[in-house]
Design a protein around this ligand. Structure first.
Ligand SMILES: [Mg+2]
Ligand SMILES: [Zn+2]
Length: 219
């Protein structure tokens, strides 16, 4: 059986949440008022992202200069090499925005990774967002990670064990579809509250080590 990996981006591939930080910094903190409703499921991700993007007042140059400070998890580059050695596909599944994901991955020569995410453009002194993914049944997510995993399984030739690595509430739907879940922070709280089995991790060094120990990948 082959292994495929879906990774959340913000707070998982990067140590800090880039999307949140952009919205927070360039809205003067106003975006925080929206988050309790989003976390409680009373506001959809699309509505939340659209409202947050509308609060951003900054030039493209200012936004790119701001995102230069964000770093990847210290074990992620090595993790991708390990997966490539095993011909295990790695997908970046994010309910954030493509422009900063591409920019940051590019700095680490990882822009070949396939992204499943929303579209964002810094333009005209602000930020616009679009949602190219149509979800079939999920009414909450922008990009539903559960549906993306399901779609991958349907289109993939051969059988895959799907591993998911995440840290937040936007990863909730993925927990219903993945075979093995790595969770920390809000995603760990979600798994505990909903009786979902997960493996606790801190960095991608842990993910690599555990996947080798459990026979998903080999060194
Ligand atoms: Mg996250
Ligand atoms: Zn969903």
């Amino acid at each position: 059986m082959k292994t495929a990996v879906f990774c959340d981006f913000d707070g998982t591939i990067t140590r800090r949440d880039v999307g949140y930080s952009i919205f927070h910094h360039f809205s003067g903190g106003k975006n925080d008022d929206l988050l309790p409703d989003w976390k409680a499921g009373r506001m959809t991700t699309r509505t939340c992202l659209t409202l947050e993007a509308g609060m951003v007042k900054a030039s493209a140059e200012e936004i790119y200069r701001f995102i230069d400070q964000f770093e990847l998890d210290e074990g992620f580059v090595e993790f991708v090499s390990l997966c490539e050695k095993n011909t295990a596909p790695v997908f970046v599944a994010s309910d954030g925005l493509d422009f900063y994901i591409k920019y940051i991955l590019g700095k680490y020569n990882l822009d070949h990774l396939e992204l499943k995410t929303n579209v964002g453009r810094p333009e005209n002194g602000g930020l616009t967002v679009e949602f190219p993914y149509q979800n079939v049944s999920c009414r909450h997510c922008g990009v539903c990670k559960g549906e993306r995993i399901q779609q991958f399984r349907e289109s993939a030739e051969g059988k895959y064990r799907v591993v998911f690595v995440g840290d937040g509430y936007s990863d909730a739907c993925a927990t219903r579809e993945a075979d093995l879940i790595f969770a920390k922070k809000d995603l760990e709280r979600y798994c505990l509250a909903n009786d979902i089995a997960y493996v606790k991790y801190n960095s991608f060094h842990d993910v690599s080590r555990i996947l080798v120990e459990q026979g998903y990948l080999s060194r």
